[in-house]
Design a protein around this ligand. Structure first.
Ligand SMILES: [Zn+2]
Length: 180
């Protein structure tokens, strides 16, 4: 490889490409207008065709990504989970029912995450090691979630978001709201 190309390769940024495999009606911004009973009934699924478009784009550009998939979606689109793994991407968990951690008890959280992880592993036969909380909702008051994730066999979490945002849970430098 010519030196100029080597230098260019050395200064390329290292990027992590991630996708949340969920539908438009799952997002927290709609949670006060769309109930889970409406998911896939009143509002039709688009996640499968949209994820296929991404998979085609990533294949075209030889890009690999981590797909954080909802258990709710995997239950309805199991082939999609298999395609993600089959095309060389990492399949990770986005929980089962897209409820923010801040609205859950530790037991409800653990059951939701276990259900989502088990579904993905049963469908693909692959171990799921990564987790992303809905709306990045692990904040200083819900850090108990990390030990639950470790208990369930996860080795990393992508569940905090260090910028100011009206829905996401943690801001840079934020301290626990109820610190002793
Ligand atoms: Zn999400």
């Amino acid at each position: 490889m010519p030196d100029t190309h080597k230098r260019a390769a050395n200064i390329l940024p290292q990027c992590a490409l991630t996708v949340d495999v969920e539908d438009y009606f799952h997002v927290s911004a709609f949670s006060n207008r769309i109930t889970p009973a409406d998911w896939g009934t009143k509002y039709p699924l688009r996640v499968e065709q949209n994820t296929h478009r991404l998979l085609e784009l990533f294949a075209e550009h030889n890009a690999r990504a981590t797909f954080f998939m909802l258990g709710w979606v995997a239950e309805r689109c199991p082939q999609l989970a298999r395609e993600i793994v089959g095309q060389g991407h990492e399949l990770a968990s986005h929980g089962y029912a897209h409820q923010v951690v801040t609205s859950q008890t530790p037991l409800v959280f653990k059951n939701d995450v276990f259900r989502g992880k088990s579904l993905l592993e049963d469908i693909t036969g692959c171990a799921v090691r990564g987790y992303r909380a809905p709306s990045f909702s692990i904040n200083p008051n819900t850090e108990w979630a990390f030990s639950a994730l470790a208990d369930l066999g996860f080795i990393y979490s992508s569940s905090t978001y260090p910028v100011k945002h009206d829905l996401y849970a943690r801001r840079l430098g934020q301290k626990p709201l109820s610190a002793p």
